[in-house]
Design a protein around this ligand. Structure first.
Ligand code: NAD
Ligand code: 89V
Length: 344
């Protein structure tokens, strides 16, 4: 099989994981990279042996013969770069958060649909192996029909040292991290009809909210609580673990700190360790996220090769992104928000 030829835009903090992930994915390789900062271009180009380097995205797309584009810049540039890819009829992956607003995200989905090119949002948390393990148990019917979930991410980890921009935006935890946890809630329990949210800012040195508590009504009869905090100082720091509780009418699932998965179900009680593998290029505590980067990129190659829609396509991600918008508008108004009203 011929390898797919990809290019990556944005050679910053997180892109290094994506570059490693492309080496692991099989069936694709990055042949050109772009960053408007020549220093970052050199660091990533030298580390991964990529000679074809550009400081301008359009120039790269004009010059290179490519099968897909991987966008790893921060949110402000996502829409123009996705639209640029669409104008070149190039399949495209866009990092989360998909866009600054839901209106931008809808326009990006429309641009790719009009151009007839696949669009995947790099929404990787659902690809973490502990989360996949929870999903498989739900699907097996072991706990019957789920009626309640709690998806929780509480940490005191200093994310600002690696990603200083996170301290400066008016929006922080819901847009950056909650978006992953809301996507996991959708992945495990289905689409959401209404969302109620409260947000807080505990750390006075940052501009946005660092605590969010959200109540989700999924399909009728299924409720979940999604809670996120970067202001929680625990005896053992759990970053970046997402903890999960699912109650079904025949049993329960508990994914607890230390990647311990307990199931009480039709077949009785089991406990197992679902720690993610430490890939050769990964480092703790990020290995959980790093493994999911390799997994989602492998999924992209499979989908692009087979002509299948990726699980976290742009269209799918609108339903996660709407939850982010609902959290901010709902926290401001104090009222529940109907998700379908945002998606119209
Ligand atoms: P960063 O600021 O470290 O890197 C972004 C890079 O993009 C910079 O080097 C910048 O010069 C470059 N850039 C910006 N606009 C450009 C343009 N128009 N053309 C060329 N280069 C351009 O940011 P980061 O921390 O690496 O985050 C990048 C994205 O990854 C963000 O959207 C962030 O939310 C996301 N992220 C995702 C995860 C995850 O697990 N999915 C984890 C961390 C970050
Ligand atoms: O996954 C992310 O998007 C990261 C972090 C885990 C730090 O929130 O920004």
């Amino acid at each position: 099989m011929t390898e797919l030829r990809g290019a990556l835009i944005g050679c910053g903090f997180f892109a290094v994981n994506q570059m490693h992930g492309w080496r692991d994915a099989g069936g694709a390789s990055i042949v050109a990279i772009c960053d408007r900062d020549p220093a970052r271009l050199k660091i990533v180009g030298d580390q991964f042996g990529i000679e074809r380097r550009y400081t301008d995205a359009d120039a790269m797309l004009q010059a290179e013969s490519l099968d897909f584009l991987d966008i790893a810049t921060t949110v402000q540039t996502h829409r123009p770069l996705v639209e640029l890819a669409a104008s070149h009829k190039l399949p495209v992956i866009c990092q989360k958060p998909f866009a600054p607003t839901l209106a931008d995200a809808k326009a990006m989905v429309a641009a790719c649909a009009d151009a007839g090119v696949p669009l995947m949002v790099h929404e990787n948390f659902r690809w973490q192996s502990p989360i996949q393990a929870v999903k498989r148990i739900i699907e097996s019917g072991e706990i019957g029909t789920p009626f309640f979930g709690r998806i929780s991410f509480r940490s005191g980890y200093d994310v600002f040292s690696g990603q200083p921009y996170l301290a400066t935006g008016k929006r922080f935890i819901v847009e950056d991290l909650g978006i992953h946890i809301l996507d996991i809630a959708r992945f495990l329990l289905g689409d959401v009809e209404t969302l109620t949210a409260r947000t807080q800012r505990v750390n006075r040195n940052i501009a946005g909210e660092d605590v969010a508590t959200m109540l989700l009504e999924h399909v009728p009869g299924v409720t979940s609580v999604v809670d996120c905090s970067y202001a929680t100082k625990l005896p053992v720091e759990p970053f970046p673990e997402t903890l999960v509780e699912i109650d079904g009418d025949e049993g329960t699932i508990r994914l607890s700190q230390g990647y311990r998965l307990q199931v009480q179900g039709r077949a009785g009680a089991t406990t197992r360790d679902v720690s993610p593998p430490l890939l050769p290029w990964a480092s703790r505590p990020w290995h959980n996220i790093q493994e999911s980067v390799a997994a989602i990129q492998k999924h992209w190659v499979e989908c692009l090769t087979a002509g299948k829609e990726p699980a976290t396509s742009g269209a799918d991600n609108l339903r996660t992104f709407a939850l982010v918008e609902a959290a901010y508008t709902g926290a401001a108004s104090g009222q529940p928000v109907r998700i379908d009203d945002l998606l119209k």
